[in-house]
Design a protein around this ligand. Structure first.
Ligand code: AHR
Length: 556
């Protein structure tokens, strides 16, 4: 562990309006540890929350989810069927509804992903027993080669638009639909909008919606115009996709009084060429104004031994966290390109796929493509990614973790009647308080971790990741300790502060970084909340190694 020089830390806090000068040396301080006990120790890190430097309101949609007809996400994950012995609400897994509701899932993206550009929404409406079975986009994936025929390969369409909308209603989420641009035309897109948003009894589609039990329009606002148009979404060039985007959105699509928000297919990671050329082509077609959001995808991974979801080594820990922290560059790079193409910045970023993607190791059923277990490493990935989104609240309008259940950065795992939340779930619960809060600048200095990559290159990672927001007289500070082995002790100063009424800390840490929540032991990794005594300044807190902490401070 290398302790490189800290960058300047503004050592002042305003307590009741008075500046508190902190000593130059790391002080011996009275420490409030994870269990709420006080002892003296040496602070090695600093976090300054600047209430006087607002960034923007954190869109609740940043805490969104993604569900694709892929492996075990929809069938077995979300949908168990109305006749199932597994407790369900109209066919939707009840345990999922109950747990998901608690973390305020602002928005859910559906039905893909790559699947979206092969999906005909008309197959998924009407009486369920009359719906056709279709070959799933993922049927030929090598991961399903030895899997018997079933819904992962041949989609029975039991879960369609009405079922998805009911799921959203049950958990209090807004729907975000991804339209098929590769293999359907703009007319089918118009018809889907009509099915969802036309007034009751107005059209044949809206009567069909009503006949299926949903008389009132859904009022769907968010529409993805294709997915990964540069890849599985049609292998378009930027100019070809811009032409399709224009065809789907220009003038023709019915509005039904809903402020439709179109999301154009953006780059993978920092692909500058796609974004630059796409916006040039959209400009030529007068189509930039209609773009509400630009979809950006960034998955993190660790090569070699680090790719194993559970038995990773120390290098695998840091390689993955470093890959996740590249999200910062992805956002800055894409935003800088947009500055040229859209100087008013009316187009915001929609990071509608993000997560840690490990070697696929289905847990209880081989059809669960891209499934793997989650550890505290994945929780730290989620925490540092969500901190990045909070810190870019002025740029990121939506983000959707990929995926909600049984896939990639799973928030939940389920098979038949077995169900568990993963450590990632707890991060979403601990961060829910940020939704709708005002993100404020948060300066962090902490010992930096350096390591050697497999190819011999030196790499470094900031020791702590943090973000903060204010809402309803409460400051929420979330901190990830990115060190796998070292605790950090941080002085925490809040500038622009009027005084403290109460203080609470929730910490998520694991006995071992390889611990998981299994179906048999679903509570192995779970957070602990303690109310702390209201103290003087600076507030000092120990962050255990490999942990995520939420501090909530009630303002006077
Ligand atoms: O999330 C899995 C897949 O990853 C999605 O279908 C696709 O959009 C991305 O490449």
């Amino acid at each position: 562990m290398a302790d490189i020089p800290r960058r300047d830390f503004v050592r002042s806090a305003l307590v009741g309006g008075a500046a508190l000068a902190l000593p130059k040396m790391a002080p011996i301080v009275s420490l409030i540890g994870a269990g709420g006990r006080r002892r003296s120790t040496l602070a090695d890190s600093h976090i300054e929350v600047r209430l006087d430097s607002p960034i923007g309101v954190i869109a609740p949609e940043i805490y969104g989810h993604f569900t694709e007809h892929l492996g075990g996400v929809i069938y077995d994950g979300v949908w168990v069927g109305e006749d199932s012995k597994i407790p369900n609400v109209g066919g939707i897994r009840k345990a999922l509804v109950d747990a998901l509701t608690l973390i305020k899932p602002s928005v859910i993206r559906w039905p893909g992903g790559c699947f979206a550009d092969s999906y005909d929404w008309r197959d998924g409406v009407g009486p369920r027993d009359q719906r056709p079975t279709r070959t799933n986009f993922w049927a030929d994936d090598p991961g399903l080669r030895r899997v018997s025929d079933g819904p992962a390969k041949f989609d029975p369409n039991a879960f369609g638009t009405n079922e998805f909308m009911r799921f959203c209603r049950l958990v209090g989420a807004q729907p975000y639909l991804a339209a098929n641009v590769r293999s359907l035309d703009a007319r089918a897109f118009d018809a889907w909008i009509e099915y969802c948003n036309a007034p009751p009894d107005a059209t044949t589609w809206s009567r069909m919606r009503a006949a299926a039990g949903d008389r009132e329009p859904y009022g769907v606002r968010y529409w993805g115009v294709g997915n990964e148009a540069w890849g599985c979404g049609g292998n378009f060039t930027p100019a070809e996709y811009a032409e399709e985007y224009r065809r789907f959105t220009a003038g023709g699509a019915p509005q039904f009084g809903v402020d439709l928000r179109y999301v154009a297919s953006g780059p993978s990671g920092t692909d500058r060429a796609w974004t630059t050329q796409l916006f040039d082509a959209l400009h030529e077609r007068g189509a930039v104004e209609s773009v509400w959001g630009l979809s950006v995808h960034h998955y993190s991974s660790a090569p070699d031994a680090g790719a194993d979801a559970v038995t990773f080594d120390e290098r695998g820990w840091y390689d993955l966290l470093s890959s996740a922290s590249d999200m910062d560059t992805v956002i800055d790079t894409t935003w800088a390109i947009l500055a040229g193409a859209d100087p008013r910045h009316h187009v915001k970023l929609v990071i509608d796929e993000w997560g840690a993607w490990h070697k696929s190791q289905p847990i209880a059923d081989p059809s669960h493509l891209f499934e793997s277990q989650s550890t505290i490493r994945d929780a730290v990935v989620a925490a540092l990614t969500l901190n990045i989104f909070n810190r870019h609240a002025d740029k990121v309008a939506m983000a959707n973790v990929a995926q909600m259940i049984n896939c990639i950065q799973s928030v939940f795992l389920a098979h038949e009647d077995q169900f568990t939340v993963t450590p990632v779930y707890h991060v979403f619960a601990m961060y829910a308080g940020h939704q709708g809060g005002r993100s404020v600048q948060t300066d962090v200095s902490a010992p930096r971790h350096t390591w050697t990559r497999k190819d011999g290159r030196e790499a470094g990672l900031p020791g702590l990741s943090a973000s903060a927001s204010v809402k309803n007289q409460t400051v929420t500070i979330t901190v990830a300790n990115c060190s796998m082995t070292e605790p950090r002790v941080a002085e925490i100063a809040v500038r622009g502060w009027g005084g403290m009424r109460w203080l609470r800390a929730t910490t998520l840490a694991a006995g071992s970084v390889h611990d998981v929540n299994s179906f048999a032991n679903p509570e192995t990794v779970k957070p602990v909340t303690v109310a702390l005594p209201v103290s003087g300044w600076p507030l000092v807190r120990e962050f255990p190694p490999a942990s995520v902490t939420q501090l909530e401070i009630g303002l006077i």
